[in-house]
Ligand binder design. Structure first.
Ligand code: SF4
Length: 494
């Protein structure tokens, strides 16, 4: 039995971070390395705050974990020091719990009963417990390949190697299918490799999972754009089913802002991808922030990734602009574009490292020099409102125009759906009005034997949703190929 008063005895404590000076001297994860004993003791205390609720909103309901992580169960196991059992329970619902422990904004914590009561001291530190269970399992050699005992003789192509594609591939391989993951880039991992900076998740965490998957039998092909390097006809001939996990990488732009065409104004991924490639040893980034005044449009995850990256690259200044007020004037959920509600929590480790955030402002103009390079931005204070048709509108609320120096502007204002690619045309794939790949109730697209999951279906979202959709599409493909499936099926198409 959990201690129902544990949260009264122990305050919430998040994972300790390394000093800012130290972490700016490298690109490694911001969190401090604790001894195994200290880590176990501290996290067991945090797990002891869990009340084992009769209705655990952390793992059920609209606000809970999409994977259905058995949070109260493993909190109780950790509290008792039963780390191996906790690792088993965690892996029962999540292929890559260290990814979610490091990267997910934790809708489970937002759903925790202790987060709802202002006197309870804050949600159980679920992310921290989850990540620690996973790391202890790795340290103890308990994360081992699960090689299938039977083989179905069916072949599945997974296109895209982000978290959704990897989760689908691992589930389908373990179900006995012959799975090949195709990645058009030169390394496996999708956004985990080239979108997420190392200071949020070191690539060694990704590589050890890929090692586990290879040992289980999943095959990987890099530098292969399916639809071009592998034709649609060859894809159809070689595979019995296809899973599209191609992400939603079409970055939102705003060409209506005067000066958008100036040199030095870029989409966020044009900055993050080469920065991450540099960390992989591919040579200096062609778009570094070193010695520049950097302006970032957008207050979400991608903007924060640019923020921390620019600071580490040696920017002269970094300023992140957000249309929304801080703190929120009311419950801003209705107006917020973010895929999880606790907008008030959207402060990241990078924001402790320098730079400045400006809230309730919008760019009116990028100002150029005589060479056509951006040299400044002009801002105005704004309010976000809904118009008569319910659409979000950013409305100026001041006549004063402010000017900030700017040598590099990064637009981190969201993503608009899947990129146009020959594969989708070749397969005859239909898109939704939101630019996502359309599918029916079994995740099958408008092309027979072709399925979709992750951001390509959902639009840009959380890593936990990507893994959950990857697991569910694996269930659907397994059933499609064999007539039935015992694989878990945590979520359903929207
Ligand atoms: Fe524990 Fe919070 Fe989940 Fe309740 S809602 S079971 S306190 S983690």
């Amino acid at each position: 039995m959990a201690d129902p008063k544990g949260f009264l005895k122990h305050p919430r404590a998040d994972a300790p971070k390394r000093p800012v000076d130290e972490r700016l001297g490298d690109w490694q994860e911001v969190y401090a390395a604790l001894s195994a004993e200290a880590r176990a003791d501290e996290v067991a205390t945090q797990a002891a705050r869990c009340m084992d609720c009769g209705i655990p909103f952390c793992h059920s309901g609209s606000a809970g974990c999409p994977l259905g992580n058995l949070i109260p169960e493993w909190n109780n196991m950790v509290r008792r020091g039963q780390w191996s059992a906790a690792g088993d329970r965690l892996h029962a619902t999540n292929n890559f719990p260290e990814f979610t422990g490091k990267l997910c904004p934790a809708p489970c914590e937002a759903g925790c009963v202790l987060a709802i009561s202002p006197d309870a001291g804050g949600a159980v530190a679920i992310k921290r417990v989850e990540e620690t269970i996973a790391e202890v399992a790795w340290d103890n050699g308990e994360v081992v390949p699960q090689v299938p005992e039977l083989h179905t003789g069916k072949r599945v192509a997974v296109v895209g190697s982000g978290p959704a594609g990897l989760a689908a591939a691992q589930q389908l391989t373990r179900a006995g299918h012959e799975v090949t993951v195709h990645e058009r880039d030169d390394r496996i991992g999708g956004l985990l490799r080239y979108g997420i900076p190392e200071f949020k998740m070191e690539k060694s965490a990704l590589d050890r999972r890929l090692g586990q998957m290879r040992a289980e039998g999943t095959k990987f092909v890099t530098g292969c754009e399916v639809g071009v390097d592998l034709t649609v006809a060859a894809l159809r001939e070689r595979f019995d089913a296809v899973v599209l996990a191609v992400g939603a990488l079409r970055g939102r732009d705003d060409r209506t802002i005067p000066g958008r065409e100036l040199d030095g104004v870029h989409l966020a991924m044009e900055h993050l991808v080469p920065a991450n490639k540099e960390r992989e040893g591919d040579g200096p980034s062609a778009l570094t922030a070193e010695g520049k005044h950097v302006i970032i449009l957008g207050g979400g995850d991608t903007g924060a990734d640019c923020y921390g990256t620019a600071i580490r690259q040696g920017a002269l200044s970094v300023t992140q602009l957000d249309n929304y007020p801080q703190p929120p004037t009311a419950r801003d959920d209705d107006l917020s574009p973010w895929p999880t509600w606790p907008y008030v929590l959207r402060t990241y480790a990078a924001h402790e490292e320098g730079g400045e955030r400006r809230f309730a402002v919008a760019i009116e103009e990028f100002v150029g020099d005589e060479q056509g390079r951006v040299r400044a931005v002009r801002l105005r204070e704004v309010s976000v409102q809904r118009d008569a048709d319910g659409r979000r509108q950013v409305v100026p609320v001041s006549d004063e125009v402010q000017e900030l120096p700017c040598d590099l502007a990064l637009l981190a204002i969201g993503f608009e759906g899947v990129e146009r690619m020959p594969l989708l045309d070749g397969l005859g794939i239909e898109l939704t009005a939101r630019g996502a790949i359309a599918c029916g109730s079994t995740w099958e697209t408008t092309a027979p034997d072709v399925f979709v999951c992750g951001d390509a279906h959902r639009g840009a979202s959380l890593v936990v949703w990507a893994i959950a959709e990857g697991r569910s599409v694996a269930n659907a493909v397994d059933a499609h190929l064999t007539g039935d499936s015992h694989l878990p099926n945590p979520v359903h198409p929207t």
